[in-house]
Design a binder for this molecule. Structure first.
Ligand code: BG6
Length: 281
């Protein structure tokens, strides 16, 4: 591929694309079409990547931006028995379009599902990633069938924070959320501040969030989501995962733009889900 800012390195069948641009640096893996890092110039990485993440294609990458598609969470109904969060995060992706300028780098990627996996669902998927001082990622889904089809999905972004104990997620005050750890529905009182494990589905289409730690503020946007998932496994949860260092929970929080509330795509319908983020201060 001929490119000015992007270089490609291939190891064991997995491509890693590094982009060095005056406005930012980023890394993307072909395994999962997974954004691994995004550093606007003059700033530290906005994304958290586990020190013990598997980058060799043996499993989904822990950190960065995994794509949960065409279902979010455990499989159910017609997909019963298939892996949590679907197949997009574990298949190989290829770049089909690359546009570079002094202002922005835009990539379009498509997943290379095996025939067996592709036959499971009647959707077509593409992803666009636009990088400048902001990162914007969009999942484009098309229902190829002639009947309505359920779709759930999430852009499962792991944000880096300097210290989770001094971090606040603002913009969902008073929203209701399903607490997946207790099974209860609660109402958010004030900004979100975590002091224990959290696995919450906020039932909101709030599209202007701010993640503030003691060092910086990250502005997080979303389009076409019906929920925002907030996740941190805390110490005990981290200990239970081989690819999550015990102390790693202290410097991360997942804030995921998602469709979890029974979205159905009509025959032939196209549906785009977007998440964007940038440094606010
Ligand atoms: C979150 C889910 O989005 O992802 C959690 O709400 C889940 O329930 C977490 O534990 C991580 O999932 P996984 O499959 O990457 O370990």
């Amino acid at each position: 591929m001929k490119a000015t800012y992007l270089t490609e390195k291939t190891q064991n069948g997995i491509d890693t694309w590094s982009i060095k641009h005056p406005l930012f640096q980023a890394k993307i893996s072909s395994h999962g079409g997974h954004v691994l890092s995004f550093e606007p110039t003059g700033h530290q990485d906005l994304l958290w990547l586990s020190d013990s993440a598997h980058l060799d294609g043996s499993k989904a990458i822990r950190g960065g931006i995994p794509i949960c598609w065409p279902w979010f969470g455990p499989s159910s109904g017609q997909y019963e028995g298939h892996p949590q969060h679907g197949y997009a995060r574990t298949c190989n992706w290829t770049i089909v379009e690359l546009e570079e300028s002094n202002e922005v780098v835009k990539l379009k990627l498509i997943p290379q599902f095996s025939v067996k996996v592709q036959d499971l669902f009647p959707f077509e998927l593409a992803m666009t990633i636009s990088l400048s001082n902001e990162l914007e990622i969009t999942l484009h889904t098309k229902n190829k069938s002639d009947s309505a089809q359920p779709l759930s999905q999430a852009i499962h972004t792991y944000f880096a924070v300097s210290n989770i104990n001094n971090s606040k997620l603002k913009g969902m005050e008073n929203s209701q959320y399903e607490d997946k750890l207790t099974g209860k529905t609660e109402t958010q009182n004030g900004a979100i501040e975590l002091s224990e494990a959290a696995d919450r589905v906020y039932l909101t289409d709030a599209c202007e969030l701010v993640l503030a730690d003691s060092v910086r503020e990250i502005r997080i946007g979303g389009v076409n989501h019906d929920s925002v998932v907030v996740w941190n496994p805390w110490l005990e949860g981290a200990k239970g995962m081989s690819d999550f260092d015990d102390e790693g929970y202290k410097t991360m929080i997942c804030v995921e733009m998602a469709n979890t509330q029974g979205l159905e795509l009509a025959p032939g319908e196209n549906f785009d889900l977007t998440q964007s983020f940038s440094i606010a201060t």
